[in-house]
Design a protein around this ligand. Structure first.
Ligand code: SF4
Ligand code: SF4
Length: 151
């Protein structure tokens, strides 16, 4: 019987404690992001999948298709092909495929690149119902980026 009598003030105290926590949170700044209407700005060290860099001077990729990134990748998820066009001394990248399902974001490819041609993207809005949805054509992505910037 003694326990039953104490249950009421204990319950009331518990209610007050809960209300106190609710009230204290009520006056703090909102930290919840209403995704996807609102998005976060990724910090500089965030690692999205790799992407080709658009050289601001030439408006082209700096990749010479040397394949060092392909060889450095421990997960075998890069495929690079290139061609030497008329009047050019070096090869240019014609195909750069990334299988992101196997990528561990280790950064070995970026470190191996002698031309500073690739970087980690800030991409995090990634969703797909198939594995193929995570196979990226980085040459195509670069062309799209160039088009966006020229608008
Ligand atoms: S970050 Fe690592 S695993 Fe991903 S593509 Fe580059 S080398 Fe391969
Ligand atoms: S991204 Fe860099 S390492 Fe990879 S093929 Fe191009 S130039 Fe070579």
């Amino acid at each position: 019987m003694k326990t039953d009598i104490l249950a009421v003030p204990r319950g009331f105290w518990s209610l007050l404690t809960g209300m106190r926590v609710t009230l204290s949170q009520f006056f703090k700044p909102i930290v919840t992001v209403q995704y996807p209407r609102q998005t976060l700005k990724m910090p500089p060290r965030y690692r999205g999948h790799i992407e080709l860099i658009l050289d601001p001077e030439t408006q082209r990729s700096r990749c010479t298709a040397c394949k060092l990134c392909e060889r450095a990748c421990p997960s075998d998820c890069i495929l690079v092909e290139g061609a030497k066009f008329e009047g050019e001394k070096k090869k240019s990248v014609t195909q750069y495929e990334l299988d992101f399902t196997k990528c561990s974001l280790c950064g070995a490819c970026i470190e191996a690149c002698p031309s500073d041609a690739i970087k980690f993207s800030r991409e995090y809005n990634l969703a797909s119902t198939s594995k193929e949805g995570y196979h990226y054509d980085l040459v195509k992505r670069l062309a799209e980026e160039k088009e966006r910037k020229s608008l």
